[in-house]
Design a protein around this ligand. Structure first.
Ligand code: RIB
Length: 337
């Protein structure tokens, strides 16, 4: 494959002149331009995107760093990021960090070498000094979802605490009287806020005790294990609010194995609004995050930041919505079949 040097040699000019021509970053007279065009055509030369990046030109590429692509929440988010990015002529590089700081830092180094135009972070390991460092190096950054609070960049997230309260209010409306909560890993701000919303909603009720809360891991397996422990500890539980949909699916699985009727004996509610909640049996009630809207918004914000049209960084907290389905719809609070 022809290089910039081959073009310079054939056109009889310096590499710097070719670079000025390719990046439109300085004067090249008409006669020289013609010679360069002929040489590029003759050699079928493809300018290298990294070379354009080296000259400070955009590569029209953004990166999306996600913490767990095995959780459907994140691919649904990525879908929206990519739809909007491609509308503005950008391609998206998807990185899965497994919420590991070391892996994330190595991704950032690789991305810098590819002269990425900007990065969207959805993982938990970033801290504000990381964001400040990248901003100083001229890498536009926007954060999403479970990033730690108080970032020096724009952040797009959901109203987690309010969403947890919506779940508990709905379960109380359905006649549930002993509502347990399977919470996600507390190093994630999203799980922490949902736990806080649950506690604020139930701590004044006469049946409440901290033993109605149990740790999960935001995965199906963790939801199964937590439900088994919970039902052993509190066989009197008549509702489970899980901090995300995968753990709620695990709860459905565990209750089915125990022969417990859902929702008749125990109602189950999740959080996220992933597509899987529509195909479980029974279909799963959930607190839906505006997943597509979050991805689309964060993509638009980053592109504005790259193109210098973002007025100011700010935090966007988007509303969530309860989606009632079979897994909580008890008839007037009585046990149904
Ligand atoms: O299901 C994965 C969870 O991690 C979601 O609730 C999302 O908010 C993220 O924090």
């Amino acid at each position: 494959m022809a290089t910039i040097r081959d073009v310079a040699k054939l056109a009889g000019v310096s590499v710097a002149t070719i670079s000025r021509y390719l990046n439109k970053s300085g004067y090249v007279n008409v006669e020289t331009e013609q010679k360069i065009k002929k040489a590029i055509e003759a050699l079928n030369y493809e300018p290298n995107a990294v070379a354009r990046g080296l000259a400070g030109k955009k590569t029209n590429t953004i990166a999306l760093i996600l913490p767990d692509i095995s959780n459907p929440f994140f691919p649904e988010l990525a879908r929206a990021v990519e739809d909007v990015a491609s509308m503005y002529g950008y391609t998206v590089i998807l990185c899965n960090s497994d919420d590991e700081g070391v892996k994330e830092k190595s991704y950032i180094e690789v991305l810098k070498k590819k002269y990425i135009d900007g990065i969207i972070f959805a993982s938990n390991t970033l801290d504000s000094s990381d964001v400040e460092q990248m901003t100083k190096k001229g890498i536009p950054v926007v954060c999403l979802d479970r990033v730690p609070p108080k970032q020096s960049c724009s952040v797009v997230r959901s109203k987690n605490r309010e969403g947890a309260k919506l779940a508990v209010e709905h379960l109380l409306d359905m006649g549930c009287r002993k509502i347990a909560h399977i919470y996600g890993p507390q190093e994630f701000i999203t799980a922490k806020e949902r736990l806080a919303g649950y506690e604020e909603s139930v701590k004044h009720l006469d049946w409440y005790s901290p033993t109605f809360m149990i740790q999960g891991d935001f995965r199906i397996e963790g939801g199964i294990r937590a439900t088994e422990l919970l039902m052993e500890r509190h066989p009197d539980v008549d509702a489970i609010f899980a901090g995300n949909d995968l753990m709620a699916v695990g709860a459905l699985k565990a209750l089915h194995r125990m022969g417990v009727q859902v929702p008749g004996q125990v109602a189950v509610c999740g959080f996220d609004g992933i597509g899987m909640t529509e195909i479980t049996q029974p279909e799963l009630t959930t607190v839906a995050q505006p997943i597509y809207e979050m991805g689309a918004l964060v993509s638009r914000i980053l592109i504005k930041k790259i193109e210098g049209t973002l007025e100011a960084d700010q935090t966007y907290e988007l509303d969530v919505a309860l989606v009632p389905r079979e897994s909580t719809l008890r008839r007037n609070g009585h046990e149904s079949s």
